[in-house]
Design a protein around this ligand. Structure first.
Ligand code: GLP
Length: 242
């Protein structure tokens, strides 16, 4: 790992990451941001929205690509990542929705739609900075343990424990999709910078294995050790096993 930053709180971590992104957008207006969903990046998005507003940073040329999307939710479902990205990222940051893409999560999602997504990332010139959360299984995006480090965007099956973790966003676990379309680990590793955020004690074990454990497909986030510019930003609880 190139850098581990331990912040006191999730708000402090969000402020550090937002500052880094805001400076890069100001220096390079056609910045390509890789966005993650889940609760962890929310403090970053809020702090970034504040910086963009207070410093009048131009974002009209910023492009964004989401990491992943559930497969099979009805279009417009509030927990579909297309809706989450619109609500938590696009609107607060004032991005142009035309320049923001989320993988196809319709029932028709297949190899062709995943290949289109890869092509769109390539056409944009690649991702400048990819934000990542981490699942309790050590997953990044929806790359569950066992995902190949050279995997590309594809439809995958979710681990039972991931469906349980994410059931809090749905009425019951039965409503949590069984599949998702996710950028592969190979896709993620091509971003020029990676910033993985993790907060809370329940992430401590996955964080310790990602940072200090062997680089293994059994712990997808350990792939960050292979990247020359990967930063982990965590709070004290998530750092407790380091
Ligand atoms: C989901 C997402 C991941 C995210 C993970 C952790 O499974 N697909 O990209 O990192 O949740 O979520 P949270 O940040 O809410 O703990």
């Amino acid at each position: 790992m190139s850098e581990v930053i331990i912040a006191k709180t999730a708000d402090e971590a969000g402020a550090v990451v937002a500052r880094r992104i805001a400076d890069q957008i100001a220096a390079s207006p056609s910045f390509v941001l890789g966005v993650a969903t889940g609760s962890t990046p929310l403090t970053t998005y809020r702090a970034l929205a504040d910086l963009i507003r207070t410093e009048s940073i131009a974002v009209d040329a910023v492009r964004a690509f989401a990491l992943d999307e559930y497969v099979g939710l009805p279009a417009g479902h509030p927990e579909g990542y297309a809706s989450v990205v619109a609500r938590e990222v696009v609107r607060p940051l004032g991005l142009d929705p035309q320049l923001v893409r989320v993988p196809d999560g319709s029932a028709e999602a297949d190899e062709a739609s995943c290949a289109d997504y890869e092509a769109a990332i390539r056409e944009a010139g690649g991702v400048d900075l990819q934000l990542l959360g981490i699942g309790s299984t050590g997953h990044i995006g929806f790359n569950e343990p066992g995902s190949a480090f050279d995997s590309r965007t594809r439809v995958t099956e979710l681990a039972e424990s991931t469906r349980r973790d994410n059931a809090r966003f749905f009425d019951s676990i039965d409503d949590v999709p069984t599949h998702a379309a996710t950028q592969g680990i190979g896709t993620i590793l091509e971003a020029r910078q990676l910033v993985l955020l993790a907060f809370g004690e329940n992430k401590a074990q996955a964080v310790a294995r990602a940072v200090e454990g062997p680089v293994t497909e059994a712990l997808p986030a350990s792939a960050l050790q292979l990247h020359p510019r990967a930063t982990i930003v965590i709070d004290e609880a998530a750092a407790s096993l380091l």
